[in-house]
Ligand binder design. Structure first.
Ligand code: 3PG
Ligand code: MG
Length: 398
């Protein structure tokens, strides 16, 4: 991978219009934002640029409106949130390109912000359309991508736009890319990872790549149920993915050839339903009516040992149904142990993925990791070793 083009720190940005591609794709429930992490994350970058007296034009998407206007996915409500966090004037534009918005971008005062409406209201965005990107580029003088979490998308405001305007990688984006690359290429050994989530098939690319780079892989979450079943245990009514035997066999074999230890749960927390009482069980005691919803204490102890042995650790995917307190113990203990070792034993710890970040926030460990990525798909694709289109266009040969 080439070096990413960075904005020269000494460049005079006074009155320069900077198009900043950010990811304000925040989770929402019934019109309310349930987690502001992605907004908070980009605030320092915006402040740094406003302090340099630039004019900031923010571009983002929200949800998947599919190229049509959908008022429920308007970015307008974010205007006041940004204003409060930034202490600067934030203007809003329903247009993304054209003379009106170009005019507005020139008219705002230096140090002010112009937030453009959800870019995905235009079908040309996801089509990575050339003319649209060209028009979009006229809203600014310089383009900066600070949205690592969108960089796996070959969309107009991420890719094509860079061909029509002086374009750079933002600091956060570079930091995130460097962290993930360090993890897979230059990490201090032993390197371990804890991978969870519900579907093994969505993590196969990541696992295949990580097996070659890691000394230990721990599988938790519903994904582990597949392995437990494969080993011949009853998993009762637990979530699992059908017809994955070949895939599992392959993973186990690859771990052997690459000398990578594969750890699966030894004991689990089960319940008859989400509402009913939870119970600790060893794998051979699970019955037909049990639902596996967390890892048990022996498994937690084993994971503690692995965290203690590791110099670098990656965590993606909670260990159980952490949304409910009684099934959150496994994930909570992992988060706390990683936090403790990061502080006291200089463990390098990286976590990523929507659910994992939500769990870490819930347990109050958001300051306990070396790096937390708010990206989902982009985080996994980079871990898979894929080339991300939005990153590729920001590379330099110098
Ligand atoms: C994300 O939430 O992963 C990014 O904002 C990208 O969104 P998308 O998956 O809808 O492209
Ligand atoms: Mg996504």
């Amino acid at each position: 991978m080439g070096k990413l083009k960075a904005l020269d720190e000494k460049l005079n940005l006074t009155n320069k219009r900077i198009i900043l591609r950010v990811d304000l794709n925040v989770p929402m429930q019934e019109g309310k934002i349930t987690d502001k992490s992605r907004i908070n994350k980009v605030i320092p970058t915006i402040k740094e640029l406003t302090n340099k007296k630039a004019k900031i034009i923010l571009i983002s998407h929200l949800g998947r409106p599919g190229g049509k206007i959908d008022e429920r996915l308007s970015l307008r409500p974010i205007t006041s949130i940004l204003e409060n966090l930034l202490n600067s004037k934030v203007h809003f534009s329903i247009e993304n390109c054209g003379s009106t918005v170009i005019e507005k971008s020139k008219k705002i005062k230096s140090g002010e912000i112009l937030l453009l409406e959800n870019i995905r209201f235009n079908k040309e965005e996801e089509a990575n359309e050339e003319n649209f990107a060209k028009e979009l580029s006229k809203v600014g003088d310089i383009y900066v991508n600070e949205a690592f979490s969108c960089s796996h998308r070959a969309h107009a405001s991420v890719c094509e736009i860079t061909k029509h305007i002086d374009s750079y990688a933002g600091k956060l984006l570079s930091e995130e890319v460097n962290m993930i690359n360090m993890l897979t290429n230059k990490a201090k050994k032993p390197v371990s990872c804890i991978i969870g989530g519900s579907k093994i098939s969505t993590k196969i690319g990541v696992l295949t790549n990580l097996i070659k780079k890691m000394q230990t892989i721990v599988i938790v979450g519903a994904m582990a149920n597949n392995f437990i079943k494969y080993k011949g245990h009853n998993i009762g009514k637990s979530l699992f993915e059908k017809d994955q035997e070949n895939l599992l066999k392959n993973i186990i074999k690859k771990c052997e050839t690459n000398n990578c230890k594969l750890i699966i749960p030894e004991d689990v927390i089960v319940a008859k339903s989400y509402e009913s009482e939870s119970k600790l069980k060893s794998l051979n005691k699970i019955d037909d009516t049990d639902l596996i919803l967390d890892i048990g204490k022996d498994t937690v102890r084993k994971i503690y040992n692995i965290i203690n042995e590791s110099k670098t650790i990656l965590w993606n995917g909670p260990a159980g149904y952490f949304e409910l307190e009684k099934f959150s113990i496994g994930s909570n203990k992992i988060a706390k142990k990683i936090t403790e070792n990061t502080k006291n034993k200089s463990l390098i710890s990286i976590a990523g993925g929507g659910d994992t970040v939500a769990a870490i926030n819930k347990f109050g460990c958001s300051n306990g990791f070396t790096y937390i990525s708010t990206a989902g798909g982009a985080f996994l694709e980079l871990l898979e070793g894929k080339i991300l289109p939005g990153i590729k266009v920001l590379e330099t040969n110098e």
